[in-house]
Design a protein around this ligand. Structure first.
Ligand SMILES: [Zn+2]
Length: 300
């Protein structure tokens, strides 16, 4: 099975230690065009990212980084290529869309949107299709995006990674839409489930066979948070979902949507290695950081 990265294709079994939901940066393309380096210094960002990714490789054996930034929140594939080339870390980039509705998307038909996603995915060699639902009720606009992403997945065979809001439990409705298009559960990661302590909800999603993204681990050093997260991983394993758990941080070097956007030297990408993995059995670490992301990326 071959996996698409920003630099080409590679064998799934060579992906190694993988962070399955992170970002190099998210930003507004028009703010960048307006203010240039006063908003985002891409060469400084590139150097910072190369340095820290190399360090993560040395310290934790990190070899693959899945960048879940879709095009409408600042995916810059040339930037990702430079960082991948010079850091030696495989970077997988996203096609698809974030949930923010923009004028250009209002009147576009589902079919045209599908064709645009396919065209874009092929142009940048995307390895995943990102979609996103935030509100509790899924609007007709959101539904159009979900259906277009589902069709693009069926056409391209790339996995779907879905941003969801675990607090209003909206993934269940979104999954119903994806499944109605013929998407198989093992092709879908439901993201941001680490935002909730409601394990029954997480299990209800796992019971479909989807990947469950505990992918927003915070940089919280408190013993209480760490043991709660480790315990929920163990409980999900006991319930039989050990092959579906994905750990990541949803962290970034630059978030252009903050009040004072600035480059972060050391985003929390190492948190799960430092704090969570030491709390779980050693054999499980390999499953969580190597095997599960590999199968997710291969839609298996
Ligand atoms: Zn994200």
């Amino acid at each position: 099975m071959m996996i698409k990265t920003v630099l080409g294709e590679m064998k799934a079994e060579h992906l190694g230690v993988t962070l399955p939901h992170e970002h190099i940066c998210c930003y507004s393309e028009y703010a960048y065009r307006m203010a240039g380096t006063a908003y985002l210094d891409k060469s400084a960002l590139t150097q910072t990212a190369i340095g820290y990714l190399k360090e993560l490789n040395k310290q934790y054996g990190l070899t693959t980084f899945v960048d879940c930034t879709p095009i409408n929140i600042g995916r810059d594939v040339e930037l990702l290529k430079r960082i991948s080339e010079q850091s030696g870390i495989n970077i997988i980039c996203s096609a698809g869309f974030y949930y923010t509705d923009e004028p250009v998307l209002y009147h576009i038909t589902e079919d045209r949107l599908f064709r645009y996603i396919v065209f874009d995915a092929q142009a940048v060699n995307a390895g995943i299709i990102k979609c996103a639902v935030e509100q509790e009720t899924i609007s007709r606009f959101q539904e159009k995006l979900l259906r277009a992403c589902a069709k693009a997945h069926l056409h391209l065979g790339l996995p779907i990674v879905m941003h969801s809001n675990a607090l209003n439990r909206n993934a269940l409705n979104a999954l119903e839409i994806l499944f109605s298009e013929g998407v198989k559960p093992n092709a879908v990661t439901v993201g941001h489930l680490s935002d909730t302590d409601d394990l029954e909800y997480v299990k209800s999603i796992a019971s479909y066979g989807c990947y469950i993204g505990l992918d927003r681990l915070l940089a919280n050093q408190s013993e209480e948070y760490i043991s709660k997260k480790a315990k929920s991983i163990m409980e999900l394993c006991r319930a039989g979902y050990q092959d579906q758990i994905l750990l990541s941080h949803d962290a970034l070097f630059f978030n252009g949507f903050e009040v004072e956007p600035k480059i972060c030297e050391r985003p929390r990408y190492s948190y799960c290695f430092d704090h969570i993995l030491p709390k779980v059995p050693k054999a499980l670490s390999n499953k969580l950081m190597v095997q599960n992301p590999m199968r997710m990326l291969a839609c298996q």
